[in-house]
Design a protein. Structure first.
Length: 597
């Protein structure tokens, strides 16, 4: 949206003063640049000198320049642009002056310009467009990006305007690719497309993205990254590049580039600045072409120790004790993307040693672990979790990781392994720790077998961590304080997200785990053996002092790591609210049902 940043009633202020006032520049830096400008007798503008020294960005200079000139400053995107009027100005005029017609209201054409100090530009544009001109200020690189997206040159794609921080050899394919076998493969093998795909992968890893979404639309190819659980847009590219980009990725993953009607899955192993990265590829035909989603699997994340995963001290100690048991089942639960695999792999690294035989059964194998035997299932040929597990138990394992307990057959083999002296790790998709027990009972597992084999259930969620660089203390509203008071948590300082360049103006950087650990003691085993309801299990866990997901998250609010809103969004306990007179204990009682305004 166009947003005015000044008023005609306010006195005009100089550009340098505005940059200092807004905190973009220091007084000392301004004086240095002013002296340099005077010594060069005005050969370069103040803004140009600041951008050259990297003391201010082009956007910051233009924003303050807009205030000085009394013009709107805009951040261009597709919502602000009417493609139907793009031919109001000839392409040579658009490229020569770096301008872009945005929309037309009656006889007034609004045009984005990058050089608002050109006093003759408005007259020239009005003469060419045969209408009145209203100008707004936008960054030159944003104008060029929009022009390339909506007015692509069929002969050449200038990617250098987009790629400015990825090295030429930043991404290198480890495995050899198949030969180009289709017309799109010719374009996919050309240097600009290779550079573009490398840039997409390079930036995703640099931004610590977990997924890359490459989405063809009716007018553009959209590139989005999932960072800290949320999607944000990275690039908008010309739609005619979509087939070549998809083909290039298929070639890297050894997929069939001639098949565009059916979904395909593949894998890419790349070296990024001498660092190995695994990429899982999924293609799906859509209305405007094939959508490609790439899961980024960084092995560095799996090398994290349990202490680095954000465990609270009391939960960590209990979890470690359970890992030291010689046999039984240890489950980690939570929705997709909650960090279950990272926790399980870190636990495997903890118990792994030269004296033990640690094996995994996965579909697919997500990360390659040193010193651990990993096996992949193949449903098409009958190599199911149950079939692999039965054979694996004859391989003399000490510890077994089952990728997921999906059905009764897998659950029974896991219980059999636990009862015969093996330590078994696995995952399950449930909302909380107690729900895991009832899910296994609903699968058909007998209560007495589950009670005898289950050691613990760790439920996990991920919440966004406040950016340490820009978070600021604030006076929290009443409803936020009530949440903490009902859990008997006293907070000295509440912090809120602000946003800076480091965190992409989101106010959050990285994620923090919240845990709920249900330890199966003798009392819980007696209850599980009776096939209890979910309510009975939750009441027993509450009385045993189990710390809930929400309470563990709110403790991290007290430490200034995250916010109450983020904890309430991430945790989902589903228990009834307490009475007004009830004060919640740290043992994990019923969380309040409070909605933040």
């Amino acid at each position: 949206m166009i947003r005015p940043v000044s008023s005609l009633l306010e006195p005009k202020r100089r550009l340098g003063d505005l940059l200092v006032t807004r905190g973009y520049l220091s007084e000392e830096q301004l004086q240095v640049v002013l002296d340099e400008q005077r010594s060069s007798r005005g050969a370069k503008l103040l803004g140009e000198l600041l951008v050259e020294r990297s003391w201010a960005t082009e956007e910051q200079v233009l924003e303050c320049l807009a205030v000085e000139l009394g013009l709107p400053y805009v951040k261009l995107d597709s919502r602000l642009f009417d493609a139907k009027i793009v031919d109001t100005l000839p392409r040579d005029v658009i490229e020569k002056h770096t301008v872009l017609p945005l929309f037309r209201v009656r006889n007034t054409l609004t045009v984005a310009v990058s050089e608002p100090t050109n006093v003759f530009l408005v007259e020239q544009l009005a003469e060419v467009a045969k209408c009145e001109i209203q100008i707004v200020i936008a960054a030159a690189k944003d104008i060029r990006r929009m022009v390339q997206t909506y007015l692509p040159n069929d002969r050449v794609f200038v990617i250098d305007d987009i790629i400015d921080d990825a090295k030429e050899d930043s991404v290198r394919l480890i495995e050899a690719s198949v030969e180009d076998i289709a017309a799109d493969a010719v374009a996919a093998g050309q240097s600009p497309i290779i550079k573009l795909v490398n840039y997409i992968l390079y930036n995703a890893v640099k931004d610590k993205a977990s997924d890359i979404h490459i989405e063809p639309g009716d007018r553009m190819l959209r590139i989005r990254y999932r960072v800290d659980g949320a999607l944000y847009q990275s690039l908008e590219l010309p739609m005619n590049l979509a087939p070549a980009v998809a083909s290039r990725i298929k070639i890297m993953a050894s997929l069939d580039i001639s098949e565009r009607r059916l979904p395909q899955d593949g894998r890419i192993h790349v070296l990024m600045e001498k660092h190995p990265i695994d990429l899982r590829i999924s293609t799906l035909p859509g209305q405007f072409g094939e959508k490609v989603v790439i899961r980024v699997l960084d092995n560095e994340a799996i090398n994290m120790s349990l202490q680095q995963l954000g465990f609270s001290a009391d939960i960590y100690e209990q979890f470690r004790i359970q890992l030291e048991k010689p046999n039984g089942i240890a489950l980690v639960t939570g929705p997709t993307g909650s960090g279950k695999s990272t926790t399980l792999y870190s636990a495997l690294n903890t118990v792994n040693s030269i004296e033990s035989n640690v094996c995994t059964v996965e579909d697919p194998i997500e990360f390659q672990l040193s010193g651990i035997n990993q096996f992949q299932t193949n449903e098409k040929i009958g190599l199911t979790f149950g079939a692999v597990l039965r054979s694996l138990l004859r391989q003399d394992p000490d510890t077994v990781l089952i990728g997921e307990i999906r059905d009764e057959d897998t659950a029974r083999v896991a219980i059999q392994a636990a009862l015969t002296g093996h330590l078994v790790f696995s995952t399950l998709h449930t909302n909380d720790a107690c729900g895991t027990v009832t899910r296994l009972l609903d699968m058909g597992v007998e209560g007495y077998l589950l009670a005898a084999s289950l050691n613990m259930v760790l439920a996990q969620r991920l919440g966004r961590r406040l950016c340490p660089k820009c978070k600021k203390p604030y006076d929290a509203p009443k409803d936020v304080r009530q949440v903490m008071e009902r859990y008997s948590l006293e907070v000295e300082t509440y912090f809120r997200p602000v946003g800076c360049k480091k965190c992409r103006n989101t106010g959050f950087s990285g994620r923090i785990a919240m845990h709920e650990l249900l330890v199966i003691d003798d009392h819980m085993r007696e209850i599980i053996a009776t096939n209890p309801t979910l309510g009975v299990l939750r009441e027993a866990a509450r009385q045993s002092g189990m710390i809930t997901l929400r309470y563990d998250g709110l403790r991290k609010v007290k430490e200034g790591i995250t916010t109450v809103e983020e904890v309430l969004r991430s945790s989902n306990e589903g228990w009834a609210p307490p009475k007004k007179s009830e004060t919640l204990e740290c043992g994990g009682s019923t969380p309040p049902s409070i909605q933040l305004k």
